[in-house]
Design a protein around this ligand. Structure first.
Ligand SMILES: [Zn+2]
Length: 82
């Protein structure tokens, strides 16, 4: 199964499931896909917004940054420069 964002001629965008891309072509050509908002069957594929995958690994600091001289009452090992 594949989901497409489709758009009617009035600009309504909705998601529709299809067996495959050929299934979309068949149903679109046959007018079997109706807009849930207005019932229009003149639909086309909508431009899908790109989903950005954020690689968070490596961006986090390896240790907490301590305020100079003030961390844990001076007992923090990080504050002593190791
Ligand atoms: Zn519509």
């Amino acid at each position: 199964m594949i989901i497409y964002s489709v758009q009617c001629s009035h600009g309504h965008v909705f998601d529709e499931w299809f067996s495959n891309s050929a299934d979309y072509d068949t149903k679109a050509a046959a007018g079997e896909i109706a807009c849930p908002a207005c019932g229009d069957s003149k639909i086309s594929k909508a431009i899908m917004a790109p989903s950005v995958a954020r690689g968070g690994a490596g961006s986090a600091p390896d240790f907490p940054s301590c305020p100079a001289g003030g961390c844990a009452g001076g007992g923090c090992s990080f504050a002593n420069g190791f």
